[in-house]
Design a protein around this ligand. Structure first.
Ligand SMILES: [Fe+2]
Length: 144
């Protein structure tokens, strides 16, 4: 992986996180009227496309293959995490369907649903990072 690729990936993550925050802002009551001109369905479509790309990048060439070569006993945990990808995409589609059926102000249900999605997604990312970290800790002999 080149330095250029790493920078692009990091930029993509920042844009993704900004988008999650913006969607939460549009769904919340304190969005200062932005929902007047921001299309929530379009934002959810963009999120769907970005996360599809993100998951594809993770899965290309074998999900967590470097980490699992070092720590094969983490394979089940990695498989569970990989299985969450399609659930996240399905959840965005569901939110999009709900958003289509509503107009501003959006319902507290949809807001709560998307907030939970965001929490689960951040937890997923954190869990992936932690798995890779543990695999490398084992590799250099600091894992327990
Ligand atoms: Fe992932």
């Amino acid at each position: 992986m080149t330095e250029h690729t790493i920078r692009l990936d990091f930029h993509a993550l920042l844009v993704e996180h900004d988008l999650l925050r913006e969607i939460l802002g549009v769904l919340s009551a304190d969005d200062n009227g932005r929902s007047e001109w921001i299309s929530l369905p379009a934002m959810l479509d963009e999120l769907y496309d970005r996360l599809s790309q993100h998951f594809l990048a993770e899965e290309q060439g074998g999900y967590m293959s470097d980490a699992l070569r070092r720590a094969p006993h983490l394979a089940d945990e990695a498989a569970r995490l990989a299985g969450e990808h399609s659930l996240f995409l399905a959840e965005i589609k569901e939110c999009r369907k709900e958003a289509d059926d509503q107009s501003t102000p959006y319902s507290a249900d949809l807001r709560g649903r998307f907030r939970k999605f965001t929490e689960r997604y951040f937890h997923h990312e954190h869990h992936e990072n932690s798995l890779v970290q543990r695999a490398f800790d084992i590799d250099i002999g600091v894992g327990d």
